[in-house]
Design a protein around this ligand. Structure first.
Ligand SMILES: *Cc1c(COP(=O)(O)O)cnc(C)c1O
Length: 468
């Protein structure tokens, strides 16, 4: 038995994997990884895979990055962890100072949690609590966009709209206002991104105008709706939303968990709209893909509404045990150093252009409706019928074919339903981008050539994270 097989068997005897129908592994091999280096992951039989999706969008400077490794090693000899209530430490102070300096003016306070979903919970709770503390307890509800994703905990699911992940739990969820997304894949033919995003704002305006008295906040994934299939829109929408939120006295929550740290071409997506949200949620690439941590940045005005004598019970008493973990902070500090020292945002422009040119031919593919890109994220939408943009039934799991082909060829490409995408680490080379484009093209040919016969019951699941 190969080493891969033996680790797979031991794994499948005891583990329950995330976002997985475990029965799939009766056919689909699990890939145990022994080591990583740069863009490469290596399994126990020595086969290498180019990590085209940054291991679920977290890894920006490669696996086993020497600079991040060293910082963590230094930190672990100094202080591995201390509780953050009543105590503090050097990496968390330095990281907070750097995040405040790096993010748009007005974001002055940093609150930490251990993952993206709990970062969203914090933003939602703080917004709700702010209005209570400010004598407006009727402002309790949240506005979200269709096809949005904000994480897996119950309140985070409530503000999400990817049916595959939320439909089952509907009875548990908060009642939110859902507004049609400015998603430019859905724009009428001949219309530009800006015009479409602007036009779609009418729905948001109408909702805010009618219900602002009961609305605490609007939450959005700026510029890219990631888990919803890498759907994209124009920054003008964020600008209009900021103006409307000010006008109607509603908080604006930017979930930049996936898009923060350079993914959209700027350090943060909100920079492209020239705005400051009331809450900025960061995670994923925050620690360079090393350790789980999230940061919620907010304004002094928000902070002051909680600042009072203890007995007024206005404090934000939310806590997670590992808040502000020093090792995670050290990884984040090393990550920020690399951004600054290597002038990464500027250097990425050439890589983004290479991603565009390497995949341009796919726009002509008879089964590709669109190749779209925002900065260092590029997505290819496979469809059953190009003219009408009829999607493949999700049950056919076309993306899974691309996934399997890529593994054979030595690449980790994990489509979202029928959307093949690249979200590579920024240490990728031009040649490696060309290789990915070649593998994706072959995979799309194979996946779209076959007739797949599955019984297709009614359903609207677009397919998410799942490789098929
Ligand atoms: C991944 C993600 C989350 C959830 O983060 P977790 O760390 O997986 O809990 C929230 N919002 C967006 C936009 C994400 O991509």
């Amino acid at each position: 038995m190969s080493l891969n097989d033996s680790w797979m068997q031991r794994d499948l005897a005891v583990l329950w994997h995330p976002c997985t129908q475990m029965k799939d592994h009766e056919q689909l091999p699990l890939i145990p990884i022994r080591r990583g280096e740069g863009v490469w992951l290596e399994d126990f039989d020595g086969k290498r895979y180019l990590d085209a999706v940054s291991s679920w969008w977290v890894n920006v400077f490669g696996h086993a990055n020497p600079r991040i490794n060293q910082r963590i090693k230094d930190q672990v000899d100094q202080l591995e962890h201390v509780m953050l209530a009543g105590f503090s430490h050097q990496p968390v102070v330095e990281l907070s100072e750097r995040l405040v300096a790096l993010t748009p003016a007005g974001l002055e306070r940093v609150f930490y949690t251990d993952n993206g979903s709990t970062g969203i919970e914090v933003a939602l709770k703080m917004s709700f609590h702010y209005w209570r503390n400010s004598g407006r307890p009727e402002k309790q509800r949240f506005v979200t966009l269709s096809n949005s994703y904000h994480g897996e905990t119950v309140a985070a699911m409530s503000v999400g709209d990817v049916a595959l992940f939320t439909d089952t739990y509907k009875p548990l969820l908060l009642d939110t206002f859902k507004v049609p997304s400015p998603d430019c894949y859905l724009r009428p033919e001949g219309m530009g991104w800006e015009e479409h995003s602007r036009a779609m704002f009418a729905y948001m305006e109408r909702t805010l105008a009618e219900y602002h008295r009961e609305i605490a906040a609007v939450i959005v994934e700026p510029l890219i709706q990631g888990a919803g299939g890498m759907r994209m829109y124009h920054p003008v929408y964020l600008k209009l939303l900021r103006e409307a939120c000010d006008r109607y006295e509603v908080h604006l929550i930017h979930d930049e968990i996936a898009v923060g740290f350079g993914r959209t071409g700027t350090m943060f997506a909100c920079e492209q709209a020239g705005i400051t949200p009331d809450f900025l949620c960061l995670s994923k690439a925050l620690t360079g893909g090393y350790l789980p941590m999230a940061a919620v940045l907010t304004t002094d005005r928000l902070y002051q509404a909680f600042y009072d004598d203890y007995s007024t019970l206005r404090a934000f008493l939310h806590s997670h045990t590992y808040t502000g973990n020093p090792l995670a902070c050290a990884a984040a500090l090393a990550t920020l150093d690399i951004f600054a020292e290597d002038n990464v945002i500027e250097a990425n422009k050439a890589l983004a252009a290479r991603m565009a040119s390497a995949t341009a031919h796919l726009a002509e593919h008879p089964q590709v409706a669109e190749v779209r890109q925002t900065g260092m994220a590029l997505a290819i939408e496979m469809v059953q019928d190009k003219a009408s943009r009829t999607p493949y039934p999700w049950q056919e799991r076309r993306g899974l074919k691309v996934y399997q082909h890529a593994l054979e060829r030595g690449a980790l490409l994990r489509p979202l339903g029928s959307v093949v995408y690249f979200l590579p680490p920024y240490c990728i080379t031009g040649e490696q981008i060309d290789f990915l484009a070649e593998v994706a093209s072959e995979g799309i040919d194979i996946a779209t050539r076959e007739t797949v016969s599955v019984a297709v019951p009614a359903g609207r699941y677009p397919g998410f994270r799942d490789p098929g």
